[in-house]
Design a protein around this ligand. Sequence first.
Ligand code: NAP
Length: 243
Amino acid sequence: MLAVITGGAKGIGRAITLELARNGFDVAINYNRSEDSAKALRDEAVALGVKAEIFRADVSIQDEATKMFAEIKSSMGVVSVLVNNAGITRDTLIMRMKAEDWQSVINTNLSAAFYCTQLALKDMAKARYGRIICISSVVGLTGNAGQANYAASKAGIIGFTKSVAREYASRGITANAIAPGFIDTSMTDVLKPEMKDAILKSIPAGRIGNPEEVAKAVAFFAKEDSAYITGQVLAVDGGMTMV
Ligand code: NAP
């Protein structure tokens, strides 16, 4: 089975790619800027005994996403699993937020998931089989000062995922979201030490998560065994968002 991972070359996407490869999935690795990392990751995935290829596209641009899915199909075949992982932050307080800070985050974190899901669903519907997995965030559940754009995109992706789940449940296609907490990647590296300390205090597990812990949850939703689970949001957050 073939899995597409958007933003697959770095951070959480990289861990997801390797975990899916370890579970026997062929992997189509999307990247935008990180070509060297994508090439190295492709070689690592191939060494695990699966097919792996890299595809450059800015998935926030619909034409690029469309072209990429056509290339993936002609080169690797029909997509069974889509992981909408590509994401960015442009953090600032609402009163300072420029329209372009808002728009670029919504385009990358939310619109791209719509473009890619719509493209993947065409063949999934024909096959009457598919797994869509969207990477949201705990911030999409709770909101966060300084991240109105990011929180809106991550809350939006939850509504989107649940809608896909409802539309396609009868056709063997599941859609689930994962809401990671504070995970050790280049996205969180940039936070100031005092901010990291404050976040750590809010994590019952008392530590930052690692990308592999998110990847294990993605692999769970990607497998055939998870057929009766759809429209769910799974927090992978060390207990940050318990209710
Ligand atoms: P990261 O290390 O900064 O990686 C971001 C990835 O997104 C990169 O692979 C990047 O690809 C890709 N990307 C960004 N814009 C893209 C575009 N327009 N087209 C294609 N790919 C694009 O961040 P990360 O922490 O692994 O984040 C991965 C996902 O997890 C994101 O959706 C993020 O919001 C979510 N998340 C992260 C955390 C955390 O604590 N780290 C918590 C909750 C949720 P290139 O480098 O090739 O451009």
